[in-house]
Design a protein around this ligand. Structure first.
Ligand SMILES: Nc1ncnc2c1ncn2[C@@H]1O[C@H](COP(=O)(O)OP(=O)(O)OP(=O)(O)O)[C@@H](O)[C@H]1O
Ligand SMILES: [Mg+2]
Length: 400
């Protein structure tokens, strides 16, 4: 029997659980500090985000026996009592530690079986071993009583970048060829559900060595990819945050590129100076957020930067302008392409000068190149100085 990829590639160590840094840390800390009488843990969040997987990985890493109760299967109080009552009071045969897992406790808390929650509650309070509960929605009213006795550990959607990276590793391990664009599409369609992404990839790879982009159509990818112009039009014309954020999720452009498109076109769309100022303010805040995300590699938060960016620009206006705007491509991206070769050459020259000028290449490029131009014009001998620093004639030319 070969296992499904979601099973085959399940995390075997806590560190294999991706994109859930905070949850992993909080859960490990909770378990490390647990003693009888401490609260249970409630891992909650979307389906396929690693809740059950994390419990298994931790148990394996810390050599714990898992006493697992699938709450959806255990529909009456007596059964829960019998199972958990004994498990939570006895030592393991070989005195290994134990962890009690009540998976999908929201299933247990159905209206008909109030007793189930009661039994779990009693057990939580009396257990000699740490108890972990999982649920999709911790704020389900059915769990209200339980919530007072647990430490909440929230799981977010797994970030698209993390999913793509993991899928790529799996393609390598399976010897399957797959373009990045296709992996991105699988990740995007999954909506942050790692199990769904793995299952979809497996479906695509079945009996193929190479996944073509067209194959991904079988996933029933509903949302059409939009051009950047469509996305801009939606962001500039909509009055809701939701629409603005959705617009960017449907393009193949990444948020950073959209940033420059917005920056270029705010003044083309908005006429009111107050709206222009508000929109730029939102852009600058999103920029700060995004650079923090990058610096701390906290990709989970990237979508907030995107929301501030798109939503901030969208909501800066009092009402949509009833005009047609021809959106211009960002000069900055165009200019960057054009002058890139020249700037690379200049950077190399500045690098050569660092030992002589006692400054970094970057500082030389920024502060000294203009000065060198002036000196070359004033004093012929300065060319000689640059030549003795190892610059060729062509390179010296660049300063003039
Ligand atoms: N964060 C993650 N990192 C790595 N793999 C993951 C992650 N989340 C899910 N997976 C993969 O998806 C499979 C299913 O995950 P898991 O059973 O932990 O989901 P869950 O959060 O418990 O979902 P549900 O609410 O549906 O029970 C795992 O076996 C693993 O292969
Ligand atoms: Mg689960």
């Amino acid at each position: 029997m070969t296992h499904m990829w979601a099973h085959k590639y399940a995390p075997s160590h806590v560190s294999d659980v991706i994109g859930q840094g905070r949850a992993v840390e909080a859960f490990a800390a909770w378990h490390g500090a647990w003693k009888p009488g401490s609260p249970a843990a409630l891992l909650h969040g979307g389906t396929g985000t690693g809740k059950t997987a994390l419990v298994h990985a931790l148990a394996r890493e810390r050599s714990l026996d898992i006493v697992e109760i699938n709450a959806s299967d255990t529909r009456n109080a007596d059964a829960v009592h019998a199972l958990l009552g004994s498990a939570s009071k006895q030592q393991s045969l070989f005195r290994r530690g134990k962890i009690i897992l009540v998976d999908e406790v929201d299933g247990l808390a159905g209206r008909e079986d109030r007793g189930g929650v009661g039994a779990v509650l009693t057990m939580l309070k009396e257990s000699k071993f740490p108890v972990v509960l999982t649920a999709n929605d911790a704020y389900d009213p059915k769990l209200r009583t339980l919530r007072a006795y647990v430490t909440l550990v929230p799981f977010g959607k797994v970030h698209m970048n993390s999913i793509v990276a993991r899928l790529r590793q799996i393609c390598v391990a399976e010897g399957v060829e797959c373009e990045d664009a296709t992996l991105k599409q699988v990740a995007r369609t999954s909506g942050g559900d790692m199990r769904a992404a793995l299952t979809d990839l497996e479906t695509l790879a079945r009996s193929r060595r190479k996944i073509e982009h067209a194959d991904a159509a079988v996933l029933g990818y509903r949302e059409q990819e939009q051009s950047v112009f469509d996305a801009l039009r939606i962001i500039f014309k909509t009055q809701t945050l939701r629409n603005a954020v959705d617009a960017i999720e449907r393009t193949d452009k990444d948020a950073e590129e959209i940033f420059w498109w917005l920056e270029t076109n705010i003044t083309n769309e908005y006429d009111d100076p107050h709206e222009v100022a508000t929109a730029f303010d939102a852009l600058s805040r999103s920029d700060v957020l995004r650079s923090r995300v990058r610096k701390r590699q906290n990709w989970r938060f990237a979508r907030y930067a995107t929301a501030v960016m798109c939503g901030g620009v969208a909501l800066a206006k009092r009402a949509p302008y009833a005009k047609f705007t021809r959106y211009a491509p960002p000069q900055r991206l165009l200019a960057y392409g054009r002058t890139k070769a020249r700037r690379n050459a200049m950077a190399a020259v500045c690098e050569k000068l660092t030992p002589h000028v006692h400054a970094s290449a970057r500082k030389i490029m920024r502060d000294y190149t203009g000065l060198f131009g002036v000196m070359l014009n004033k004093e012929a001998a300065f060319a000689q100085t640059l030549a003795s620093a190892g610059l060729t004639e062509d390179e010296i030319e660049m300063f003039q």
